[in-house]
Write a protein that binds this ligand. Structure first.
Ligand SMILES: NC(=O)c1ccc[n+]([C@@H]2O[C@H](COP(=O)([O-])OP(=O)(O)OC[C@H]3O[C@@H](n4cnc5c(N)ncnc54)[C@H](O)[C@@H]3O)[C@@H](O)[C@H]2O)c1
Length: 281
């Protein structure tokens, strides 16, 4: 039974997943090893909690209790839980080396789930001691609001693990969809062209960033591709593009855009750095 959830990585996604789990009554340990990341995450969680209260979605009397369910840690060795959700940088080597450390301090029954957008769950589980307890749990941004969760079954993931993750997602009020472990799973594979074609149109001088966003929003998308990329983070979006390009043997349709490469080189990563395709100061 899942009671305590450790979230590794307190960035955009980790802080949102931590809030979602705490709102559902779970005890949460939020781990980040980078200076300042945990303070930033707690500020963002507090801000989101106040917004939920203002919107009448959370009674004010419960705000403090939710916050108290979230403990922070800078040390992987202290992260003992029934479920670990990894949400660190989109790099296989970084993910597997941290997960190995976490697996060594946790019981064999602990489920290890990765929030990766595009890396192979089968590849991650091969490196870990109890591969049948490893799966993908892919939340969407902002994680405390978006309902969809992709639950990804790696080659060695057992049925019980998938069942527990589906139940856990439902406890969070989410809509879980079980997916096969294929590059980009479902959403990131289909949505890749929403981003890449939009950037190609701007690179070719066919349209401006604002025009593409306005038109896509007018056709019914909640957010245009450029606003969405700013929210996701340019570094994360580029890493996903590169990962799919590799996984599809350099198929031209998955080639990363120079526009996103330049943005990452300039450190214009979107909302999290105050500038991306738009300015946020
Ligand atoms: N941003 C999105 O919209 C989105 C959506 C779905 C899934 N994801 C996936 O979630 C993961 C995280 O993305 P993000 O946007 O939250 O990234 P982010 O850059 O906002 O946050 C990553 C956090 O991980 C921390 N970190 C890095 N290496 C670490 C380590 N070894 N140990 C502990 N902490 C470490 C960093 O300090 C940072 O706080 C990625 O795998 C990404 O593909 C992102």
């Amino acid at each position: 039974m899942i009671q305590t959830v450790a979230i590794a990585g307190a960035g955009t996604m980790g802080s949102g997943i931590a809030l979602s789990a705490a709102l559902a009554g779970y005890n949460v340990v939020l781990l980040d090893t980078f200076e300042g990341a945990l303070d930033k995450a707690i500020i963002s969680i507090q801000k989101n909690l106040h917004t939920l209260v203002q919107k009448g979605k959370l009674p004010e009397s419960e705000l403090q209790q939710v916050l108290l369910r979230i403990q922070t840690s800078g040390n992987p060795e202290t992260c003992v839980a029934d479920l670990i959700i990894e949400a660190i940088v989109e790099k296989m080597e970084a993910k597997t080396s941290l997960l190995l450390r976490l697996a060594s301090v946790n019981a064999p029954h602990c489920i290890i789930a990765s929030n990766t957008s595009s890396l192979s769950i089968t590849g991650i589980q091969e490196k870990l001691p109890h591969p049948h307890r490893v799966a993908g749990l892919h939340f969407f941004n902002p994680a405390h609001i978006m309902k969809l969760v992709e639950v990804i079954k790696g080659k060695q993931t057992d049925v019980a693990t998938i069942h527990e993750l589906v139940q856990f997602s439902k406890q969070l009020g989410k809509t879980p969809v079980v997916c096969t472990d294929a590059p980009g799973f479902i959403v990131n594979r289909v949505a890749r062209h929403f981003y890449l074609e939009s950037m190609k149109a701007v690179e070719n001088g066919m349209a401006t960033v604002e025009q593409v966003d306005d038109i896509m929003e007018a056709t019914g998308f909640k957010m245009g591709p450029f606003k969405l990329m700013d929210m996701i983070g340019m570094d994360i979006n580029l890493a996903v593009s590169q990962s799919l390009f590799e996984a599809f043997n350099h198929e031209e349709r998955f080639r990363p855009s120079n526009l996103q490469i330049q943005k990452v080189e300039k450190g214009e990563l979107g909302k999290k750095t105050g500038k991306g395709f738009y300015q946020y100061d």
